[in-house]
Design a protein around this ligand. Structure first.
Ligand SMILES: [Zn+2]
Length: 488
């Protein structure tokens, strides 16, 4: 791989949920940026909609990194404290899963943490710099509740310690609401002693005579932390009190992030706590938000089972802006898979023609440099990935570009795209020539899926696909340009 110059000359603009406008991005500490994303609650599988909230920060950190910033990316594991309802009653989700399956909390949280980490990798997401677990930050959470208590922001009732929203006049501002709106949300709420319906739990007490699988001693008694306090503590312990960018699904704005802001700004006496809040919209399953509770659990495995390369979902994600809802359909993701295979074919052909050498940005032809600028300009404009993908398509097909220019661009763009062109199999080489995708689409799909699994170090899936190809009469052959197939 060649040496990149980056895009330092282009100013970056991002949409901030708090200010409701696109704003210029300025790091708090010159040259460095910290990003925090609310991670999974590990009591069950993460569906494809959840993965959209991992893909957004992945694109963001790649763009900030390409612009020369030193990025630290943190996303957490919620392994305690997330209740079955978003209000403050109901069971802890992990405890409920343990009671249902008879497994230990550790077995459950490890299985679903692994599924999430594997699926992130299969979707081409870079590894986080840190993945803190809520249960490993209990002391910090107790300390933060004590700070809030000392500053007069809490009250205790039989059920636990609560944040008093009346002590934070800006409470409803974050979501663009009034306190009455928060009262009117109709959230299921059976905690009768709360002073205001929007008051939220900082520390939940274990009722007398009850013993939980996960509970800790605290100054208020045995219990467990509230979900919101966990994120405030992990974010600040990992990235410092003042945070550059915090991301999450748009469903977190009204409750979880509103509460994170309230407790953090009160405890740290800081405003704004987070410079830029970014939220990805939902993946739309046809009117109804893809839900973990309604029996439609579509995961990365659901794609692989249909022979769809997980990276096709990444391609699919990039085709829509993160602030737009995106309609899901297997046919749509399959179409993205076809687009990805064609693109990979163009990229690897150009790469192989020039022996993999990558021209430095600025040294390609004039037309190529123009396209390069269009690509990066789209991304620094609030991550306009659909516009960037349109440039990618032009580059793949433009007959005026030399192989060297084409590879110079696609190799450069892959820093954001994350398709792994430099190591990708030469789909076009081998016995079937350039037409494998056209003549044997199923085989091409499987070969690409196997390569994606290998790159993600998911060798069990890679081996399973190899066996599947063998059963269909195809043998995988490794060549200097990567694996291809021949009739066995
Ligand atoms: Zn969070």
């Amino acid at each position: 791989m060649g040496h990149y110059l980056g895009v330092t000359s282009l100013p970056i603009h991002l949409y901030d949920t708090r200010r409701r406008s696109v704003v210029a991005f300025e790091p708090i500490h010159p040259g460095k940026v910290g990003i925090y994303t609310c991670g999974p609650t590990v009591y069950g599988p993460q569906h494809l909609g959840n993965m959209r909230s991992q893909l957004l920060p992945d694109v963001l950190r790649r763009v900030l990194g390409a612009s020369g910033l030193d990025v630290r990316y943190v996303t957490n594991i919620t392994d305690v404290g997330h209740l079955v309802s978003d209000a403050d009653d109901g069971d802890d989700k992990v405890e409920a899963a343990a009671a249902r399956t008879g497994e230990s909390v550790e077995q459950i949280t490890r299985r679903w943490t692994d599924q999430w980490a594997t699926d992130r990798r299969r979707l081409g997401c870079l590894e986080p710099d840190s993945v803190p677990k809520a249960t490993e930050h209990i002391a910090g959470q107790i300390e933060m509740v004590q700070v809030l208590e000392a500053k007069g922001h809490t009250y205790q009732i039989g059920d636990g310690v609560y944040f008093d929203v009346s002590t934070f006049p800006r409470y409803a501002e974050f979501a663009g609401l009034t306190l009455d709106d928060h009262e009117a949300t109709g959230r299921i709420d059976n905690i009768v002693d709360k002073r205001h319906p929007a008051d939220f739990a900082l520390w939940k007490l274990t009722p007398p005579g009850v013993s939980r699988l996960q509970e800790w001693d605290s100054p208020w008694g045995r219990g467990f932390p509230g979900w919101h306090i966990e994120c405030s503590v992990m974010a600040s312990e990992e990235l410092g009190r003042h945070i550059d960018v915090h991301t999450g699904g748009v469903d977190h704005v009204r409750v979880h992030h509103t509460n994170e802001v309230a407790q953090s700004e009160c405890a740290f006496e800081l405003h704004p706590w987070v410079n830029i809040w970014m939220h990805n919209e939902f993946l739309d399953l046809g009117g109804e938000k893809m839900s973990k509770s309604r029996g439609h659990i579509l995961t990365v495995d659901s794609l692989v089972e249909r022979g769809i390369d997980p990276l096709a979902f990444r391609y699919f994600f990039l085709q829509t802006h993160y602030r737009q809802q995106q309609a899901f359909g297997f046919d749509l993701v399959e179409a993205s898979g076809t687009g990805l295979r064609r693109l990979t074919q163009h990229a690897t052909n150009a790469r192989d023609e020039v022996g993999g050498d990558l021209l430095a940005p600025g040294s390609a032809g004039q037309r190529a440099e123009e396209l390069r600028k269009q690509f990066w300009s789209a991304l620094v404009d609030d991550l306009n990935t659909p516009k960037a993908m349109a440039v990618v398509s032009t580059v793949a097909r433009d007959g005026e570009l030399s192989h060297a220019d084409r590879w110079s661009l696609l190799g450069d763009f892959d820093r954001i795209l994350g398709f792994g062109f430099a190591d990708a199999a030469s789909v076009g080489s081998g016995e079937l020539g350039a037409d494998l995708g056209a003549k044997e689409p199923e085989v091409a799909k499987l070969l690409a899926a196997r390569q994606a699994a290998r790159l993600a170090k998911d060798f069990a899936t890679a081996d399973r696909i190899r066996d599947e190809l063998a059963a269909k009469g195809w043998e995988i052959v490794d060549t200097p340009q990567g694996p291809t197939v021949r009739r066995s």
